[in-house]
Design a protein around this ligand. Structure first.
Ligand code: SF4
Ligand code: SF4
Length: 385
């Protein structure tokens, strides 16, 4: 079987943050130390080789870049400082761009200018829309957001946004599955997918493989950000309850974005508290870690890492500020903060979820699930033979 070599691969991947792969002399320490590498799915040494040789097709078909959670153990142990953990991260960025059929993801990852301009344009459009569609008779006596932006209008906008980004995310996730499974995707009987479906839920909700790494704090922080963010996303996309408001702790208009106050024990209110606390702690921890370069996963930061963390932190903080502005009943301050809040929250959702950093929320559990489906299929085939 012929193997296609792409001599430009390493050069191309430099735009995604690749640095020191040629330092690797294939000693294998990284694979030996990696707590998640197995004989069936061995990494990261093998991928350092694929990168050095330019084996694009092999990389595209491999699930392993998604089985790495970037704990950084391999980078710490590498005698050549070849940063294998970062190389796996770069591969995930590259693969995200290859799964994306629109080409937007590639531009987002390879040009900081494009990334900043895209976020700015979406933010400005959101600000303009809120200005154009504001109510003619806002309540200036008391802070009442629905007097400026009626709840049904915001709900419809939420739904449209959720539908668009879900479409892009799902179509890209399908391409991810197709690359990794090839024809097996259709040949494997549905019964095996159903049998293993629970694994998809478990890996999405708990990131339990990350918990097998030595640095449990990394897993905990990742879990906080993931669950905080997913809570918001699910509320927008599934419960139609105005997830953007959940971050903002607008308790009196949470469910379906009405100006109605819900009890402290109301599930949506509790979810909002959890999402805010988890996001604030997790995001601040990651920002400080990256500023201090405190551990291997925080040593190298791509522009998209910073963009995501900054948007998430700003979204959370402006939400908290709105909460306090409402408590002290400052109508104009509340309305202005609300606009700023959506100007950062919407670009984060519509750009990061389907095309950038947070697409891995979908890709990783799906790949873990498909890997197990494949193993089960081959096990059954062996028994039948
Ligand atoms: S990345 Fe480092 S530890 Fe891994 S094989 Fe290469 S030189 Fe060895
Ligand atoms: S970063 Fe951690 S999980 Fe990823 S390859 Fe290195 S040791 Fe394994």
């Amino acid at each position: 079987m012929s193997v296609k070599v792409d001599p430009k691969l390493m050069k191309d991947l430099e735009h995604f943050g690749l640095k020191d792969v040629n330092k690797c002399f294939q000693c294998g320490n990284c694979t030996a130390i990696c707590p998640l590498s197995t004989p069936e799915n061995s990494f990261p040494r093998r991928f350092m080789r694929y990168l050095q040789l330019g084996l694009t097709d092999k990389i595209l078909k491999s699930p392993e870049p998604w089985l790495c959670y970037y704990c950084g153990d391999c980078s710490t142990q590498c005698p050549r400082e070849a940063e294998p953990g970062e190389a796996m991260m770069v591969l995930r960025r590259y693969l995200t761009s290859r799964y994306d059929w629109t080409g937007f993801s590639r531009k987002f990852y390879t040009s900081e200018r494009f990334e900043i301009v895209a976020v700015a344009i979406v933010g400005i459009l959101v600000g303009l829309a809120l200005w154009l569609f504001r109510g003619s008779n806002p309540n200036m006596e008391h802070a009442a957001l629905n007097s400026v932006w009626p709840a049904p209008a915001i709900e419809i906008a939420d739904l449209v946004m959720a539908a668009i980004l879900t479409f892009f995310l799902l179509s890209n996730t399908y391409r991810c599955a197709k690359f990794i499974m090839g024809d097996l995707l259709y040949r494997i009987p549905p019964a095996i997918y159903i049998k293993k479906a629970w694994e998809l839920v478990v890996h999405f909700a708990t990131q339990k493989r990350f918990g097998e790494c030595t640095d449990k704090m990394q897993w905990f922080v990742h879990l906080l950000i993931m669950t905080g963010y997913s809570t918001v996303f699910l509320l927008v996309a599934v419960f139609l309850a105005g997830g953007l408001h959940v971050i903002g702790l607008y308790w009196d208009q949470l469910a379906f974005q009405r100006d109605v106050e819900y009890a402290i024990w109301h599930p949506i209110r509790l979810l909002g508290y959890y999402a805010t606390a988890a996001l604030l702690y997790g995001t601040t921890y990651a920002i400080i870690g990256r500023l201090k370069k405190s551990k291997a996963p925080y040593k190298n930061s791509h522009g998209t890492d910073w963009m995501f963390l900054i948007l998430l932190e700003l979204t959370t903080l402006t939400g908290i500020f709105i909460h306090f502005a409402r408590i002290v009943d400052l109508p104009m301050t509340t309305y202005v903060l609300y606009v700023v809040h959506l100007m950062v929250a919407v670009p984060m959702l519509v750009l990061e979820v389907p095309f950038a950093k947070w697409a891995h929320l979908a890709f990783r559990p799906v790949v873990v699930f498909l890997t197990q489906v494949k193993e089960e299929y081959f096990k059954e085939q062996k028994m039948l033979a």
